[in-house]
Write a protein that binds this ligand. Structure first.
Ligand code: NAP
Length: 321
């Protein structure tokens, strides 16, 4: 396992982290806690030391599982979690008053709830789960995050950028107040390379590359007849003719990459290839996926010729609305 600096935090995080949305048990269905715990423990055994969770993932259930394995790990595991918007509206709209999403007392109360779920004394990285730069001048979020840091309940802070709109977090990155940003970055959405990543490198801000497999579209197993358990988030995300669109894009990718290039492996190595990325955080609820993904840390960056091919596969669309 290779480790990278998470911006200016001083944390040396595994370049393959663990995305813990899927193990929450509410939005992603079909797994079970026993398998999730085995997957988390395997990841830690193999050198993963960064786990990204959120209070909203299964209403705290993901945090409970993460806390359990972190407490038993016997070495430092960095936990990143998130404060959900009070109005439960994803993504944030510029017109939304910050008081509807992140009032001061609410941010503090959520951090306390996350600490209880995790069973830990401090949160290594606390992120606001939605963000709009329209809030950048407001005081509430700054005071809350600074007070949490001062109290030692939180070590570093960040925001989660809006889906497919990395530029909506550039102003907050320029405040000097945040340590990390998490952003969608994958073969289809390469937009952060344009403005966000250069700014992150200039300001020494950590980057967590989220949704690296496009919610499973880049798993390599996706077909037009793929089904999901009723009520699973992916039923909605891949609704209508979207599976057909995905298959067409992945087929084109396969043709260009040639036989032998695994789609999920290429997708994760694509993320590792950018120096601004501190850690890529795939969701992986099974030991099998943990093992194959962790192995990619040593494979490292993709050759330049392959990155040039992948440039052509950027796909400008949003399935989140
Ligand atoms: N707004 C936000 O801040 C936000 C939003 C979304 C996600 N996130 C974070 O980003 C993390 C990653 O995103 P995600 O979990 O939504 O989606 P993802 O990582 O793009 O895709 C996860 C899917 O890929 C499958 N997979 C993993 N490794 C694989 C492999 N080697 N081969 C084939 N399939 C593989 C997983 O299967 P199994 O799970 O069955 O193993 C799961 O179905 C989340 O867990 C969360 O921590 C944050």
């Amino acid at each position: 396992m290779n480790y990278r600096k998470l911006g200016r935090t001083g944390f040396e995080v595994s370049d393959i982290g663990y995305g813990a949305w899927g193990i929450g048990g509410k939005q992603w269905l079909g797994g079970g806690d026993d398998e999730s715990l085995l997957a988390l423990r395997r990841a830690i055994d193999l050198g993963v030391n960064l786990i990204d969770t959120a209070l909203a993932y299964g209403d705290g259930h993901s945090e409970v599982l993460v806390g359990q394995v972190v407490r038993e790990a016997g070495r430092k595991i960095y936990v990143a979690t998130k404060v959900p918007p009070k109005n439960r509206v994803w993504p944030a709209a510029a017109a939304t008053p910050i008081g509807d999403a992140f009032p001061y007392d609410y941010i503090l109360a959520c951090a306390e709830e996350s600490l209880r779920n995790l069973g830990l004394e401090t949160i290594d990285l606390l992120q606001l789960h939605v963000w709009t730069d329209a809030w950048v001048e407001r005081d509430e979020w700054k005071r809350a995050l600074e007070d949490l840091k001062r109290s030692g309940k939180v070590q570093s802070v960040g925001v989660s950028a809006t889906e497919h709109d990395p530029d909506s977090a550039l102003a907050v990155m320029k405040t000097g107040l945040i340590d990390a940003v998490q952003v969608i970055y994958n073969i289809f959405d390469q937009a952060p390379e344009k403005h966000m990543f250069p700014l992150a490198m200039e300001r020494n801000i950590g980057i967590l590359a989220r949704v690296p497999l496009d919610e499973g579209a880049l798993s390599g197993h996706f077909s037009e007849s793929t089904t999901f358990p009723p009520g699973d988030f992916r039923e909605w995300y891949f609704r209508g003719d979207r599976k057909k669109q995905v298959v067409a894009h992945v087929d084109a990718l396969r043709r260009d990459l040639g036989e032998g290039a695994g789609i999920p492996d290429t997708a994760l190595r694509f993320c590792l290839s950018h120096p601004a990325v501190s850690s890529v955080i795939p969701g992986m609820r099974t030991r099998r996926h943990v093992e194959s993904n962790v192995a990619l840390s040593d494979a490292g960056a993709l050759p330049r010729e392959m990155l040039a091919i992948l440039k052509r596969h950027a796909w400008d669309r949003s399935f989140y609305c």
